[in-house]
Design a protein around this ligand. Structure first.
Ligand code: MSP
Length: 642
């Protein structure tokens, strides 16, 4: 079996996993599953990147020791696999001894090559992205990548001779024209390298939470030197066990690193340079995907506009979430994440197209053939069956290619064309009419056979993206999972007994606003922020939230909404509109004149088309209705609440 090694980035543990992280992991999983179906021997790796100053600081701020902090957040990244049907073979943590050994081994090899020297670093550093930022690249004195404040560093540091690898890198890129996908990203990398490379600072002395530099433990390794090595660690690099070396030899360098576009430079430039220096071949390919945007900006913890993947998996199902993200975002491009987007695709593609074809076909087989697949007797002149078979075979071939080229969105598009064709085929054949005419029984049987056969192929093709749904369809069809290696039309066995039909993807008729109630996502007014649950905040952080006493001046129900009320409130400083989700508990007229508490400095958000400028505080008992916060004496509007 051909080896295939697929990795996700290892995730920083300063934030709990959100949809952005879960996305990469889901895509990597679909790739891993597709390769298994194609007959590869797959090794699929994900994990956590646990060292660095920001983790040390986050733990201090939370008032817990760094180990405990790391264990806790790493566990929530592990949980992603359980929540989203992820089939990773290993989960690596950079705090594990096996990884310390591997990173130190890589360091030693690079040092032995003469590529590491000691110097002083003076310059700017972004702790959020863990990158050194040249003065010329600062934007308004801030990090050009994430916009956060940079820090001035002045410390002794080891350097890697990156400048020496400019030409070797360019030669390597030339010899490996598919090294970075998509092409336009590869061009960016080449342009950057062509402009010249500076040596890279690869150690720090101002904090401890890292891997000690061999023979000079005052220094810890720069997190990216440490982190990138994880891909080798997991195979067994740095271990002296013979089977470890065997695994390295088997799965390296056939590695595919799937990453977000913001960490391309580290993967397409630093990583191959470190490896070349250590005498190890660079990986086969780097695939850089785009960003999920929410409200126009990259979904990220630092902005606070993150969607909790758990909310969507709960509201729509794991497979629907997997389908949506992989269908919606073509390789390399950015895409918007919204409730509306996922709801629309759910109802159109899943409830309507896929749900229909499954229920029609299986119901037909039960009704007209007692749940058993008849012989595929071909009614001579009618070429509808042949057309469908041709489309099936063509789709299998194209989808295999799409997956091999990591174009999952394209593959899904094709599969859905097939699904729509099968629906049309059934409509054209009118089995309900054929069933009334015993002379046309052969045509009816052919229809049942071909539609069911198409469903079998469909289940196989959606398997990497929607494994649970594929399995449910197979159960209805009474068949086992099939590899993609000899998937073709016409191999469904006559006599196969169908299992009971079960509904897939019932339509969701709820309004967006009700769905929002189900999830906590909504643009700004959410608990979606991913601070560790046990992390304490400082008084300064608390004081950033401007809690004010306000008086309700006007209140009216928001049309077509069960939950929302539009309020006009006096905050002592201004009068403003706030939309509150309290209509199930309060009548508008009960609210006028009331004293309430609002978050006055929340970014505006649109709810049912109305701009809301703040949030009303209420107790939210589990499963119960909201109860407004109130005072036991009169407090004037505008008073601060703290
Ligand atoms: N620890 C480094 C990676 C080291 S790899 C040797 C890191 N970690 S991270 O926690 O910041 O995760 C970044 C990755 O999470 C991105 O590359 C991407 O895979 C995923 N995403 C995080 N936010 C995302 C979006 N808004 N959209 C898409 N993917 C996102 O960088």
């Amino acid at each position: 079996m051909k080896p295939f090694f697929i990795t996700t980035p290892i995730y920083y543990i300063n934030a709990r996993p959100h949809l952005g992280h879960a996305y990469t992991t889901m895509v990597a999983d679909a790739i891993a599953r597709s390769r298994r179906l194609l007959g590869y021997d797959v090794f699929f790796l994900t994990g956590t990147d646990e060292h660095g100053q920001k983790v040390e600081r986050a733990a201090q701020k939370a008032g817990v020791n760094t180990d405990a902090f790391a264990n806790d957040v790493a566990a929530s990244f592990r949980q992603v696999s359980r929540d989203l049907e992820i089939t990773n073979d290993d989960f690596i943590r950079t705090t594990e001894p096996r990884h310390h050994r591997a990173a130190q081994e890589l360091w030693r090899r690079v040092a032995a090559k003469g590529d590491i020297y000691k110097g002083d670093y003076e310059g700017w550093y972004c702790t959020v992205d863990e990158i050194f930022v040249p003065e010329t690249q600062l934007v308004d004195g801030k990090c050009p990548t994430c916009g956060s404040k940079v820090e001035r560093l002045k410390e002794e540091s080891y350097y890697f001779r990156l400048s020496k690898y400019q030409q070797p890198l360019l030669d390597f890129y030339k010899a490996n024209p598919t090294f970075v996908q998509p092409d336009f990203r590869f061009n960016e990398v080449k342009t950057f390298v062509e402009a010249g490379l500076q040596d890279l600072s690869i150690s720090r002395t101002s904090f401890q939470w890292g891997i000690p530099v061999p023979d000079d433990p005052k220094h810890v390794m720069y997190v990216w030197f440490d982190a990138l090595t994880n891909y080798l660690t997991a195979l067994g690099f740095g271990s002296d066990r013979p089977e470890a070396q065997e695994r390295v030899d088997r799965f390296w360098p056939v590695a595919i690193h799937l990453i977000g576009k913001e960490i391309l430079r580290q993967h397409a430039l630093y990583w191959p340079a470190f490896l070349m220096s250590a005498g190890i071949r660079p990986p086969d390919r780097i695939i850089a995907h785009g960003w999920w945007l929410m409200g126009g900006a990259k979904m990220s913890k630092s902005i606070g506009n993150v969607a909790r993947y758990q909310d969507y998996a709960e509201a729509f199902g794991v497979d629907a979430l997997r389908y949506f993200v992989m269908r919606e975002m073509p390789l390399g491009q950015d895409a918007n994440f919204s409730d509306e987007g996922i709801l629309t695709r759910y109802n159109a593609d899943l409830a309507n197209d896929l749900g229909n074809v499954v229920s029609r076909t299986t119901t037909m087989v039960h009704r007209y053939s007692s749940g058993t697949i008849p012989e595929a007797r071909r009614p001579g002149s009618d070429d509808l069956d042949a057309q469908l078979e041709n489309q099936l075979n063509a789709t299998v071939a194209a989808v295999r290619q799409d997956f091999e080229a990591f174009q999952i969105s394209l593959a899904l598009q094709r599969i859905w064309e097939l699904i729509r064709s099968v629906n049309q085929y059934i409509v054209k054949r009118e089995p309900w009419a054929l069933a009334k005419d015993p002379e046309r029984r052969p045509q009816l049987e052919a229809t049942l056979y071909h539609a069911s056969d198409a469903l079998r192929v469909t289940a196989a093709l959606i398997d990497p993206v929607m494994p649970g749904t594929a399995e449910r369809i197979r159960r209805m069809l009474g068949i086992a999972q099939e590899p993609w290696t000899n998937l073709s039309a016409g191999t469904l066995q006559p006599g196969t007994r169908f299992g009971p039909t079960e509904p897939l993807f019932p339509r969701i008729e709820k309004s967006l606003e009700e769905l929002r109630g189900m999830s906590t996502q909504d643009a700004s007014q959410t608990s979606g922020q991913t601070a560790p649950e046990d992390a304490r905040i400082s008084i300064d952080e608390f004081m950033k939230v401007d809690l004010r006493v306000a008086k309700v001046l006007e209140a009216e129900a928001v049309p077509k909404s069960k939950k929302l009320i539009k309020l006009k409130v006096d905050t002592g400083r201004d009068q403003r509109t706030i939309v509150a989700g309290i209509a199930e508990a309060y009548q508008p007229e009960q609210l006028v004149g009331r004293t309430i508490v609002v978050v006055a400095n929340l970014q505006p958000a649109k709810l049912m088309g109305i701009e809301s400028n703040g949030m009303v505080l209420a107790g939210s008992p589990d499963g119960g209705k909201p109860i407004l916060v109130a005072f036991d004496q009169d407090v004037p509007a505008g008073s601060r609440v703290r």
